[in-house]
Design a protein around this ligand. Structure first.
Ligand code: AMP
Ligand code: TRP
Length: 324
């Protein structure tokens, strides 16, 4: 089975990225054909400094490898190194409609914060490029966090539309979200998603262990004293329980039962320990990879292998629509 996912190199990765996405990739690589990429073309949909984009890209490759992706078992590549993405994008943009694109939550959220006269077309057309990424590899499974489900759904609409017109040409993908942790919330405001753009209170994967511990210990909770999973009334505690359960690979109910008698302070300490137990060795691997030439080697090899697969689909689509 083909499995594909990507992350945008737009900033420092958070613990949310790690739990909702990065950490889940390696489980697929032994039994599937896995394609994991750096969505650098997508990173251009909001203004970004070239040097920042470049260093985030290197960083992300090192994070992929540190998270256990084996470049012999899967293909790791940069979206912009495989020109088929942009070519397929030019064809598929005719199969998604402006009305449905304007209803995408991510577009609405991001464009709302912007100068209304300076919203790039790329931001609006973001899902077309994402659909191109997905169908190029005949991907069946797309592991993502909860916020990306809508983009996989619109890809499914596109596949239906295209196949109804031309026959069974594109493979129908499906989003796969992790059972625990598909939406990690900010530690400083547990009613909003943890994201690369919240400054304070979010745990970054390259924060030092002491900073991570401090951020978790000062996570916003509530004035109660019961460690209970209740996202509506206890969003902070529920988020910490989710983080704990994800790190320990247990269910939220199991996590809850561990802390029945605990005070908030002791509970937070246990959450911090659970995070550090996994993140510290991960950070060590990341640092040593970043200082080697492995990143460049992986990208070079990945571009060649990904292009081979992508060009087959691109040619099939070109032939189908009458371009060859
Ligand atoms: P992005 O940072 O938008 O490129 O997201 C990369 C991946 O991380 C996507 O699959 C997202 O759904 C996932 N992700 C981002 N933020 C979170 C979060 N707070 N909780 C869980 N998953 C997340
Ligand atoms: N849009 C995704 C995000 O912001 C990144 C992405 C781009 C992606 N293309 C993709 C994810 C294809 C999965 C499949 O997280």
């Amino acid at each position: 089975m083909r499995v594909l996912s990507g992350i945008k190199p737009t900033g420092r990765l958070t613990l949310g990225n790690y739990i909702g996405s990065l950490r889940n990739f390696k489980a697929f690589q032994n039994e599937n054909e896995v394609f994991i990429f750096i969505a650098d073309l997508h990173a251009l949909t909001l203004p970004i400094e070239p040097d920042f984009l470049r260093s985030n890209t290197r960083d992300l490759v090192a994070f992929y490898l540190a998270a256990g992706l084996d470049p012999k078992k899967c293909v790791i590549f940069k979206q912009s190194s495989v020109s088929a993405h942009a070519e397929l994008n030019a064809i598929l943009q005719n199969f998604l409609y402006m009305g449905e694109l304007s209803r995408m939550t991510q577009f609405k959220d991001q464009s709302l914060k912007m100068d209304q006269n300076a919203i790039g077309l790329g931001l609006f057309a973001y899902p077309v490029l994402m659909a191109s990424d997905i169908v190029l590899y005949d991907s069946k499974v797309v592991p993502v966090g909860e916020d990306q489900i809508q983009h996989v759904e619109i890809t499914r609409d596109l596949v239906n539309r295209f196949n109804n017109r031309y026959g069974k040409i594109l493979v129908m993908p499906e989003a796969k979200v992790t059972k625990v942790g598909a939406r990690i919330m900010s530690l400083s405001d547990p009613t909003v998603k943890m994201s690369k753009s919240n400054e304070k209170g979010d745990v970054y994967l390259n924060d030092s262990p002491s900073v991570i511990r401090k951020k978790i210990m000062s996570a916003v909770t509530d004035s109660g004293n019961e460690v209970k999973f209740d996202p509506e009334n206890k969003p902070g505690i529920s988020n910490l329980l989710t983080i704990y359960a994800a790190m320990k690979n247990i269910s939220i109910i199991e996590a809850e039962s561990h802390f029945k008698e605990s005070r908030y302070g002791d509970f937070k300490k246990a959450v911090a320990e659970a995070v550090l137990e996994e993140i510290v060795p991960f950070q060590e691997r990341y640092k040593s990879i970043l200082n080697s030439s492995l990143v460049e080697e992986v990208l070079e090899d990945g571009a060649i292998r990904a292009s081979k697969v992508a060009n087959i689909t691109l040619n099939r689509v070109k032939k189908t629509v009458g371009l060859l």
